[in-house]
Design a protein around this ligand. Sequence first.
Ligand code: AMP
Ligand code: ZN
Length: 464
Amino acid sequence: MKLYNTLTKKVEEFVPRNKNEVSMYTCGPTVYNYAHIGNLRTYIFEDILEKGLKYLGYNVKRVMNITDVGHLTSDGDTGEDKMLKGAKKEGKTPQELAKFYTEAFFNDLKKLNLKKPDLVEKATDHINDYIKVIEVLLEKDYAYKSNGNIYFDISKAKDYYKLSGKTSEDLIVGARSDVSFDNFKKNPYDFVLWFTKSKFEDQDQKWDSPFGVGYPGWHIECSTLASLYFGEYLDIHCGGVDNIFPHHTNEIAQSEAYFGHKWCNYWLHAEHLNDKNGKMSKSKGEFLTLKLLEEKGYNPLVYKYFCLGSHYRNQLLFSYDSLNVAKTSYEKLRKKTSSLKEDGKIDTEKVKFYKEKLKEAISSDLNTSQMLTCVYDALKDSLLNDNTKREIIKSYDEVLGLDLLEKDEKESVLSEKYILDKIKQRSEAKQNKNYDEADSIRDELLKQGVKLIDKVDKTEYEII
Ligand code: AMP
Ligand code: ZN
């Protein structure tokens, strides 16, 4: 298995510490809002990685956290706690907010056929564990108290910048810093392990601790949770590229200081999903959620298929045009795979041969588009009978999770409401003599398999 390791900046042979056992930690969502489809791209990648490793014969144990406290709007020590900000906006308590969006997140996972990690832990359930780790870091002199908060002293960390490959100067240039807050730090990138005193008076999620009443920093949550379940060593740690700095950099600094040795061998990061405005985020542009795509008539698996068409280390540009291309291909593919018949003797040698082909694609740094090519290759192999193809596709779908053998009753049918809304928009455009817009709505629907038929006094539609 070859994987690109952000730590060494190389594609490397993956060798877990304990032969066949793989420990894998993946940073979970901050549950102050729905996951946007960019976040979901990262979770799709992590799920394929987990299932791909299992396909190769590894036993994978995976842990994920749910961040429900301590993640500030800057990813560093400035800004407000995202949970608190979200709770105020929705008139809920942070706990109510966390519960709602955690469930929404699990729902998204299910719709995309993503396996729930073996352990999913709420950050707020482990406050005493963070306190214990922070006490050790203070004892070992890696941490200090200043202005009431506990900071990690990055000048004590061995090779602090090794993951990001950046220098402190590079980072300072791009940093958004809150100077008044930074005055209390020994180094600009020292980060908070425990907040007791900060500029937010009304933080209502707070706990007693030997350092004063307060709450943990985001980074210490992941380091601690990973060590609770995997001990002193971790094979794989994942996230999106925005996690490289500061989050994962700080996790490494804390964990290696705590254990006194190298902690995690492989760091894997998914590139971002962008929209035409740049990096997709929850605060700008159309807030693209899976729910929104469903309301527009897309099966969530169309979005998954769209993601799998490109490599996780490439940025991916989202547009409805490219999603529609993926939709057409996915539906055609699924029509073919789900109508494969169960007759004929399964050719086990051929099944083995094709399984090996998928293993090759998995082993090439998780080449998902090559995995899809494997599906198409098996389908068009004229030497295989239907039942053999079914067996191969069934096995591939353990990794891809695209429901390839299931018939989709709703296949290519957009929701009626969506189509009627579009027809209404089109007639309004026509009334306003906006014929370009009217035509583009008609063409767009046609691409999605809906043909409009203009009658004297109304427009009807036909699914083609
Ligand atoms: P958050 O809920 O903000 O903590 O992010 C959850 C996961 O989504 C993290 O692993 C992020 O690195 C990742 N992520 C954030 N934005 C994007 C994006 N535009 N595309 C892909 N992954 C992202
Ligand atoms: Zn994390």
